[in-house]
Design a protein around this ligand. Structure first.
Ligand code: FES
Ligand code: FES
Length: 154
């Protein structure tokens, strides 16, 4: 079957079998920022945004994305042209192995779109479903505060 969705602002029609997961279909089509960590909904490495809200693409059938807007980390920036948010994460040491990073960035984007000045508690709550085994979260939280401040100053 074919699934129609808007990915990072571009209309796309992707081939998928009935039981295919959104994560696998995205990765097959080159959106490899979404990572398969646990594969069962506990790590957040597969996070993408659907209509602006974080979802776990390992727990979502591709067919469920029909007609929706999907945003992946590729929509934020690239290695050669990173977004301000990505630069701030790197500059704060909030990226180590990088496996959790796409999910963290997308959770951050979703948070700051609804709350431009989050408290530390609100940041922690927003990252509740995103696990990081490297950074201890302190640097990630610091980076998110800096992203919020930078966005407010624009
Ligand atoms: S891979 Fe989806 S939550 Fe872990
Ligand atoms: S940077 Fe390695 S899991 Fe977060």
């Amino acid at each position: 079957m074919q699934v129609n969705m808007i990915i990072n602002g571009e209309p796309k029609t992707l081939e998928a079998e009935a039981g295919d997961l959104l994560l696998d279909v995205l990765r097959r089509n080159g959106y490899k920022g979404a990572k398969k960590g646990c594969g069962h909904g506990t790590c957040g490495a597969c996070t993408v945004l659907m209509d602006g809200r974080p979802i776990l693409s390992c727990m979502t059938f591709a067919a469920q994305a029909e007609g929706h807007e999907i945003f992946t980390v590729e929509g934020l920036g690239s290695v050669n042209e990173p977004s301000e948010m990505q630069k701030i994460f790197v500059n704060n040491g909030a990226v180590q192995c990088g496996y959790c990073t796409p999910g963290m960035l997308l959770a951050t984007k979703a948070l700051l779109e609804t709350n431009s000045d989050p408290t530390e508690e609100e940041i922690k709550r927003a990252l509740d479903g995103n696990l990081c085994r490297c950074t201890g979260y302190v640097k990630i939280i610091k980076a998110i505060k800096e992203v919020a401040a930078a966005q407010k100053s624009h």
